[in-house]
Write a protein that binds this ligand. Structure first.
Ligand SMILES: Cc1cc2nc3c(=O)[nH]c(=O)nc-3n(C[C@H](O)[C@H](O)[C@H](O)COP(=O)(O)OP(=O)(O)OC[C@H]3O[C@@H](n4cnc5c(N)ncnc54)[C@H](O)[C@@H]3O)c2cc1C
Length: 287
C-alpha cells in the first residue's frame, strides 16, 4: 500500500491527511505541538463557527477527525529528512519512509538577533549541516540552539569537522550528549560574529573571542525550509519554491500552509492541504 508522511498537524497537515486517508493512502502525521493554533485565542473569520472557536479547540477537533478516519498520529519532533530507498522523515526517536511527503510545519523560524549573523550568511553562517558540512572539513565549527535539532546538526558536523561546539545562548540544553561524544556545549551568549570576507570568530558575552570557521543556526525546531534544503528542493530565502499544486521542485514532496508563504490564514492552509493531497493521490495512482 502506498503511504504518505505529513510533518505538522495544523490546518494544512490535517486537511491533507483527511483527503489522503479517505482515498485509501496509508497516512502518518507527525507533529510536535499545536503550532500557530496554540497561540490563537479566538478565530472569528473561519467558515462555520458563528460563536468563534479557540485555536487549541480547532486543533484538537482536527486531530480527532484525522484519527477517526484512520490516520496514524505520532507526537514527536522531526529533526531531519534523508534519501534512503525512499524519502525518509527522521524524528528524535524513529524514521518514517514515505512515497509522498508533506511539509506542513507552519511559518518559518526566526533566526536569533546576533550582530553579523545576517551579513555573514553563506560566508560562514549556514542553516543546513547536511548541505554545508563538506565545506568545513577539519575546521572548527559551532551550532547555535539548545534542542534536539541543534544536537542533530552537531552530530552531522562531528563526522567531518575538527571541533564542534553547541552554543545554547544562555538556555539549558534540552538534550543529553551520547557517551564518548566529542561535541562540546557552551551555554554563554554570543554577542557578535566577526569577519569581513567570511566568519573568523565569535565574541561571547564575557568578552571571550573564539576563532571559528563555520556557524550553523539550529535554534528551536527545524522548519520546512531547513528540511527542503537537506533533500535538494529549491528554496528562496525561507520560502520553499512550489508549483500550483504546492509540489516542491522534487516530485512527491509538497509544502503546504504557512510554510510556503502567501496568506498566513487557516483558510489558505486548508486550501493548500486539499489541493496538494488531491495531486498526490493522482501521482500515487499513476506511479
Ligand atoms: C496569534 C495568532 C492568531 C491568529 N489568528 C488567526 C485567525 O483569526 N484566523 C486565521 O485564519 N488565521 C489566524 N492565524 C494564522 C493561522 O493560525 C495559521 O495561518 C495556520 O495555523 C497555519 O496552518 P499550518 O498548518 O500551515 O501551520 P501551523 O498551524 O502552524 O501548524 C504547524 C504544525 O507543524 C508542526 N511542526 C513544526 N515543526 C515541526 C517539527 N520539526 N517536527 C514536528 N512537527 C513540527 C507543529 O508542531 C504544528 O503541528 C493566527 C496566528 C497566530 C500566531
Amino acid at each position: 500500500m502506498k503511504n504518505a508522511v505529513i510533518i505538522g498537524a495544523g490546518p494544512a497537515g490535517i486537511t491533507a491527511a483527511i483527503y489522503l486517508i479517505r482515498a485509501g493512502i496509508q497516512t502518518t502525521v507527525i507533529y510536535k505541538d499545536m503550532g500557530a493554533l496554540g497561540k490563537t485565542k479566538a478565530i472569528d473569520n473561519y467558515y462555520g463557527f458563528p460563536e468563534t472557536i479557540s485555536g487549541p479547540e480547532l486543533f484538537e477537533r482536527g486531530l480527532a477527525q484525522a484519527k477517526r478516519l484512520g490516520a496514524t498520529i505520532i507526537q514527536d519532533e522531526v529533526v531531519g529528512i534523508s534519501w534512503e530507498d525512499r524519502m525518509t522523515v527522521l524524528t528524535k526517536s524513529d524514521r518514517y519512509p514515505g512515497d509522498v511527503i508533506f511539509f506542513a510545519t507552519g511559518a518559518a523560524r526566526i533566526a536569533p538577533k546576533i550582530d553579523g549573523l545576517k551579513s555573514l550568511e553563506g560566508r560562514g553562517v549556514s542553516y543546513c549541516a547536511v548541505c554545508d558540512a563538506f565545506f568545513y572539513r577539519n575546521r572548527d565549527v559551532a551550532v547555535i540552539g539548545n534542542g534536539a535539532y541543534a544536537l542533530h546538526e552537531a552530530e552531522v558536523l562531528s563526522n567531518t569537522s575538527k571541533s564542534v561546539t553547541i552554543y545554547t545562548l544562555g538556555k539549558t540544553p534540552e538534550f543529553t550528549l551520547p557517551d564518548q561524544s566529542q561535541i562540546r556545549i557552551d551555554t554563554r551568549n554570543i554577542l557578535r560574529l566577526n569577519g569581513d570576507e567570511s566568519l573568523e570568530s565569535v565574541e561571547l558575552d564575557d568578552g571571550t573571542i573564539v576563532p571559528m570557521d563555520g556557524l550553523f543556526v539550529a535554534v528551536g525546531v527545524a522548519g520546512s525550509a531547513d528540511f527542503a534544503k537537506k533533500v535538494g528542493a529549491e528554496v528562496e530565502g525561507v520560502r520553499i519554491v512550489t508549483d500550483e499544486n504546492c509540489q516542491t521542485t522534487l516530485e512527491g514532496l509538497y509544502a503546504i500552509g504557512d510554510c510556503n508563504g502567501g496568506l498566513l490564514q487557516i483558510a489558505k492552509a486548508v486550501h493548500d492541504g486539499a489541493k496538494a493531497a488531491v495531486h498526490a493521490i493522482k501521482f500515487l495512482r499513476n506511479s
